[in-house]
Design a protein around this ligand. Structure first.
Ligand code: BV8
Length: 253
């Protein structure tokens, strides 16, 4: 039995399948991951230095421009075969949930529903002070400001507007984290796709499933911090591997 067929068998035998995705699942959509040495964002910018409240307070324009640069990169991106395959898996297994670390919207645009977003949505913005409540969404398309001067001001309180993403050192949205934790307690299979497993607390999630006797299946062309706890490693790009899993399931009908 091939690794793909083994993966299909684990999925068929599962009562709750949870998928954890990282930047790798969007790589084939043209969005650079954080690790790529060549086009990686972390080689040009160091997000652990830029994706923080401190950096934004120190230089709002630099951090705002960093996000405008990434939003520009993401604008033409379309879901790839890996996103569509995950949406097909959710059709096949209706209780399947996706927990994503990504801040793009490609899972939703591929048709996946009820996606748990641990780190927010780069397309959205909010008041830095959350002056009307956490979060205080701000639609910048309704604002006029000198774009060369950095972020616009919150229309309610005048504080700078910031991207609605989770920065390093910030806690994850509690509702999303709660939903993820509940899933980890009932998942008997976790499919981990395209993550280096370096960022917490998402990095600890596969281990929680494994420590309860669940099966961790990893899809990644390289090794990662998850590989050592994976029952099954599917070596390759998610846009290639995941459609093969869908096909293997169809053949088992
Ligand atoms: C928190 C949004 C509680 C922003 C992101 C020391 C000081 C302070 C904090 C910490 C610390 N040590 C640890 C921490 C916790 C910290 C952390 O983990 N830091 C790391 C750097 C060590 N975490 C936090 O701060 C989190 N909050 O813990 O709250 C708390 C509160 C206060 C004080 C203490 C604790 C918040 C973390 C969220 C950060 N925000 N994103 C933005 O996007 O700008 S994280 C960001 O980076 C992404 O969202 C993603 O999560 C992460 C990148 O990871 P990956 O997705 O895995 O991507 P990567 O490039 O690394 O890997 C890609 C993989 O794909 C590779 O394995 C590659 O082989 C593979 N691949 C490539 N091509 C393909 C492929 N796979 C499949 N197919 C392909 N084609």
């Amino acid at each position: 039995m091939t690794a793909i067929q083994k993966a299909a068998k684990y999925l068929l035998e599962a009562s709750q399948i949870t998928v954890l995705t990282g930047a790798g699942v969007s790589k084939e959509s043209g969005i650079p991951t954080f690790r790529d040495a060549l086009d990686g964002l972390w080689s040009q910018f160091d997000p652990t230095q830029l994706a923080t409240r401190q950096a934004f307070k120190a230089d709002p324009k630099l951090v705002w421009d960093f996000y405008e640069y990434r939003r520009e990169l993401m604008r033409p991106a379309e879901p790839n075969a890996g996103h569509y395959a995950l949406a097909e898996l959710q059709e096949r297994f209706p209780t399947l949930r996706i927990i994503t670390q990504n801040v793009d919207d490609l899972h939703e645009r591929a048709g996946s529903t009820n996606v748990i977003r641990l780190h927010g949505n780069i397309a959205k913005n909010k008041c830095f002070a959350n002056c009307q409540g956490n979060p205080t969404p701000v639609d910048v398309s309704q604002l006029a400001w000198d774009k060369s001067s950095g972020p616009p001001r919150c229309p309610y309180c005048g504080q700078p507007v910031r991207p609605d993403v989770v920065w390093f050192g910030e806690t994850l949205p509690l509702d999303q984290l709660e939903q993820a934790k509940e899933l980890l307690e009932i998942s008997d299979v976790m499919l981990v796709v395209g993550t280096s497993g370096l960022v917490s607390p998402s990095a600890e999630m596969p281990e929680i499933v494994r420590s309860r006797g669940g099966v961790v299946i990893e899809v990644n062309p390289d090794s990662s911090m998850i590989t050592r706890i994976a029952e099954l490693k599917l070596d390759g790009a998610s846009g290639v591997i995941l459609p093969q899993v869908v096909t293997a399931l169809a053949n088992k009908n």
